[in-house]
Write a protein of this length. Structure first.
Length: 163
């Protein structure tokens, strides 16, 4: 079995927050993740990101940029993903993510990078990680902290945009 490619998208709104939701029914069920999905054969990262976000949230994206990638071995689930993280600006003034695949996600919220950092820190601090009852991040997000220390999606996005 070979690793598969997953694409996770930082969908950035005017407040510099991202869409985040609790996964349901598949890999990483119960954990907080960015919207995204499998890279399909022949697709570009940009095409995959725009397609998955439209399918899952109804949001349209512009100015897509590659941000970073992580390597994720999900031992318990016997899965291995290379996750490509993309960044994009949401189209529209104050659009709301719709829950278009309710069997795959509990609901969408807007979260800042600080929120995600706090979730990671609380989880990492938990003495008894097995019985930790706080919010847990999907492994590809946790891997950013472990594999790409200092990464900040907004800074990276602006750098890539040439700002
Ligand atoms: P698809 O099979 O329809 O293409 O995808 P999906 O129905 O949207 O499934 P998904 O579980 O959301 O995404 C497919 C896999 O992509 C998922 O099982 C693991 C991988 N993946 C990553 N990183 C990320 C991420 O940040 N967000 C999401 N949603 N999936 C990710 O490796
Ligand atoms: Mg998905």
């Amino acid at each position: 079995m070979e690793p598969r490619v997953g694409v996770g998208v930082f969908v950035i709104n005017r407040d510099g927050k991202f869409v985040l939701g609790v996964r349901k029914g598949s890999t990483g069920s119960g954990t907080w993740a960015l919207p995204g999905g499998h890279l399909e054969f022949g697709e570009t990262f940009e095409e995959c990101a725009a397609r998955e976000i439209l399918e899952e949230t109804g949001l349209a994206l512009k100015d897509l940029q590659f941000l970073t990638a992580t390597n994720n071995v999900m031992k318990a689930e016997n899965k291995h993903y290379i996750t490509v993280f993309m960044g994009a600006t949401v189209v529209g003034d104050n659009p709301k993510p719709q829950l278009l695949e309710p069997e795959k996600c509990e609901g969408w919220e807007w979260a800042s990078w600080d929120d995600i950092c706090s979730m990671h820190e609380a989880e990492a601090r938990a003495a008894d990680s097995q019985n930790y009852e706080g919010k847990r991040l999907f492994l590809p997000l946790t891997s950013i902290f472990q594999q790409r220390p200092g990464f900040n999606p907004i800074q990276q996005y602006l750098t890539r945009q040439g700002n």
